[in-house]
Design a protein around this ligand. Structure first.
Ligand code: F6P
Length: 550
C-alpha cells in the first residue's frame, strides 16, 4: 500500500496472478505449446496497416495474454492513452501535453491544448517546410554566392539527430541522390570536420535542429559551422541567412544566434525531443525525400495512431508488444530487448529506438514520486541481420540470459537494387526465418546424437531453444511503413510506461551530467585550479592535463 492509501502495482491482484501463472509455466517449452495447438503459428498473429506481426514464438498461452490484458486494464492504459490523444498534460513532471500524434493528424482534425486547436499550426509548419524543401530541391533556393545547394547538414543531437538520421538511412533509396545529406551531432570536433572537409561551403546548407536551442553540443557545433562557412566564403554575417535555418521551439535563442526567424521552422513544447522527427525536426529528411513522401510517412504514423486509439485490447498491436515486454521484464527478469532488422537500410533503427525507449522508460521513480519496486525499461540493443549473426547471436542462442527479440523483415527488396543483388534477398530472408526458428525450437540432444556427434560434444551442440521472438513482416520498405514502425514502437513504449506508472515523457536523468560537464570544463584549461571535484575525477583531470601537455 502507498502512503496515499493506493495499492502499488506489484501488490495488485492482476500482478500477483501473473506471478503465479509464471510459476505454472516453468518448464513449458515452445515445442510443447506448438504441439498442443497446431493453429498457433497462423493464429498468434495480428495485422496493423502493412505490418504482419507474428507473436506465436512467445512463451505465452491464451491465459498469459488474458492476464496481461487484465493488468493493462487495471493500470488503465487505455485511460491514459485517451488522455494523451485528448491533449491532457500527462507529462506531469514538466506539466506538458504529449501530442506527437497531432503532428501526423489530418488537416481537418481538432486537437486542443489549453483550449486551442493545434492542428492548423502543425499544417502551417508542414506547408512552410514543403515550400522550403521544394525550393532547395529545385535549386530555387541558392547560397550566398548564387550557387545551388547540393549539401545539407543537420546539426543536432539526441531527438534532434537520431530520428532524421535514422529515417534518412531507412529511406535512402527514396532520396534525391544528387544531394549530400549528413548529420553532425557529437561535440567532438571530428564529427563536423569529417562532415564538411570535402564540401564547398557555397553549396552547403546547415539545418540547426534543437528544441531548446540551448543544448551545448548543438550550439557549439552550429557556431563552428558558421565560422567555417564565413571563413570559406570570405563573407560577412549577411551570408548566414542563405546557409542557416533553424528548427526549434525557441525563437528568441534562434534570433540571438543570428538566424533570421523567417528561416525558423517551429514546433512546440508538447512534442518530446525523441518523438519529434515527424515535426519540423524532419526538415533534412523532407529535403532528401521530398514533401510528398514525407507526408506519406506521416500517413503511416497516423494509421498506427488510429489503430492504437481504437483497436480493442485483443487486437491492439502496440498494447500486445508492450505487454509482452512486461511479461519478460517483470516476470522472467529479462534485462534487455533486442531489435534485429533484416534490412541494411534499418541500420540505425535500433539506435533510434534506444533513445525512444531508454530515455522514456529508464526511470526508477513512479508518477507518485515513490521508488518503484518493479523493473522498468529494458536495455534496447541490436544491429541488422545477418551481420549480428556472426557477432553476438551466439549469446542469444546459447548464453545464460533470456533476450526477447524483435525481428523485422520485408518480403521485397527495395526497387533500385541491381538484379543480381535483388536475388540475394531470399538468402537474407532465409536467415531471418531460420534464426527465429532456431531460437524457438532449438535442437535437442537426441537430434544432435542422431547426427553422429561424439557424446562429449553433444552438450555444446545442443540448442535449448525457447528463446522468444516477435516477427514483423511487411511487403516492402516505404515511407508509410517506416511511419507505421516508428509509431508502433512509440506506443509500445507508452503502454509500458503506463503500466509501470512512470512518466515516460520527461528526461531529468540527463541533466546532472550536463551540469557537471560545465563545472569540469574550466578545470581542463592550462593553469586552471583543479578544485571542487571529487578525488577520483580530480586525479583523472590531472592525468588528462599531463597527457595534453598542460
Ligand atoms: O538528452 C536530453 C535531450 O533533452 C533529449 O531529450 C533531446 O532530444 C536532446 O537532449 C536534444 O535537445 P534539443 O533538441 O533541445 O537540442
Amino acid at each position: 500500500m502507498n502512503a496515499d492509501g493506493r495499492t502499488r502495482l506489484n501488490q495488485t491482484p492482476e500482478w500477483t496472478a501473473l506471478a503465479k501463472h509464471r510459476e505454472e509455466l516453468v518448464g513449458a517449452h515452445l515445442r510443447d505449446l506448438f504441439a498442443a495447438d497446431p493453429g498457433r503459428g497462423a493464429g498468434y498473429t495480428l495485422q496493423v496497416g502493412d505490418l504482419h506481426v507474428d507473436y506465436s514464438k512467445h512463451l505465452v498461452t491464451d491465459d498469459t495474454l488474458r492476464l496481461l490484458r487484465e493488468l493493462a486494464a487495471a493500470t488503465d492504459v487505455f485511460g491514459l492513452r485517451d488522455a494523451m490523444f485528448r491533449g491532457e498534460k500527462i507529462n506531469t513532471t514538466e506539466d506538458r501535453a504529449v501530442l506527437h500524434t497531432a503532428l501526423r493528424a489530418p488537416r481537418d482534425a481538432v486537437i486542443e491544448v489549453d483550449g486551442e486547436n493545434v492542428v492548423p499550426a502543425v499544417h502551417a509548419v508542414l506547408d512552410k517546410m514543403s515550400d522550403f524543401a521544394e525550393r532547395v530541391r529545385s535549386g530555387a533556393w541558392t547560397g550566398h554566392t548564387g550557387k545551388r545547394i547540393k549539401n545539407v547538414i543537420n546539426v543536432g543531437i539526441g531527438g534532434s539527430d537520431l530520428g532524421p538520421a535514422m529515417a534518412y538511412e531507412v529511406l535512402r533509396s527514396f532520396t534525391d541522390r544528387d544531394l549530400t545529406v549528413r548529420f553532425v551531432s557529437n561535440v567532438d570536433g571530428a564529427d563536423l570536420h569529417e562532415a564538411t572537409r570535402d564540401l564547398d561551403a557555397a553549396e552547403t546548407l546547415f539545418i540547426i535542429a534543437s528544441k531548446t536551442f540551448t543544448t551545448i553540443e548543438t550550439i557549439t557545433n552550429a557556431t563552428s559551422a558558421r565560422d567555417w562557412l564565413l571563413t570559406e566564403l570570405k563573407a560577412g554575417q549577411d551570408a548566414v541567412a542563405k546557409h542557416f535555418v533553424a528548427l526549434s521551439t525557441n525563437a528568441e535563442k534562434v534570433a540571438e544566434f543570428g538566424i533570421d526567424p523567417v528561416n525558423m521552422f517551429e514546433f512546440w513544447d508538447w512534442v518530446g525531443g525523441r518523438y519529434s522527427y515527424d515535426s519540423a525536426i524532419g526538415l533534412s529528411l523532407m529535403i532528401a525525400i521530398g514533401p510528398d513522401r514525407f507526408r506519406e510517412m506521416l500517413g503511416g504514423f497516423h494509421l498506427v495512431d488510429e489503430h492504437f486509439r481504437t483497436a480493442p485490447a485483443e487486437s491492439n498491436v502496440p498494447l500486445l508488444m508492450g505487454l509482452l515486454g512486461i511479461w519478460y521484464d517483470n516476470f522472467h527478469d529479462a534485462q534487455s530487448h533486442a531489435v534485429l532488422p533484416y534490412s541494411h537500410y534499418l541500420s540505425r533503427f535500433t539506435a533510434y529506438l534506444q533513445q525512444l525507449d531508454m530515455e522514456s522508460n529508464g526511470k526508477h521513480v513512479a508518477r507518485d514520486g515513490q521508488e518503484v519496486e518493479w523493473q522498468t525499461g529494458p536495455v534496447v540493443w541490436g544491429t541488422p541481420g545477418t551481420n549480428g549473426q556472426h557477432a553476438y547471436y551466439q549469446l542469444i542462442h546459447q548464453g545464460t540470459k533470456l533476450i526477447p527479440a524483435d525481428f523485422i523483415g520485408f518480403a521485397r527488396p527495395v526497387a533500385d537494387l541491381q538484379p543480381g543483388l535483388i536475388a540475394q534477398h531470399d538468402l537474407l530472408m532465409a536467415n531471418f526465418f531460420a534464426q527465429t526458428q532456431a531460437l524457438a525450437f532449438g535442437k535437442t540432444a537426441d537430434e544432435v546424437r542422431a547426427e553422429g556427434v561424439p557424446e562429449e560434444l553433444v552438450p555444446h551442440k545442443t540448442f535449448e531453444g525457447n528463446r522468444p521472438t516477435t516477427t514483423i513482416l511487411a511487403r516492402h520498405l516505404s515511407p508509410s511503413v517506416l511511419g507505421q514502425l516508428v509509431a508502433l514502437y512509440e506506443h509500445k513504449v507508452f503502454v509500458q510506461g503506463a503500466v509501470w506508472n512512470i512518466d515516460s515523457f520527461d528526461q531529468w536523468g540527463v541533466e546532472l551530467g550536463k551540469v557537471l560537464a560545465k563545472r569540469v570544463e574550466p578545470a581542463l584549461t592550462e593553469g586552471a585550479k583543479v578544485e571542487g571535484l571529487d578525488e577520483s575525477t580530480k586525479a583523472l583531470v590531472a592525468k588528462y592535463r599531463e597527457l595534453r601537455g598542460r
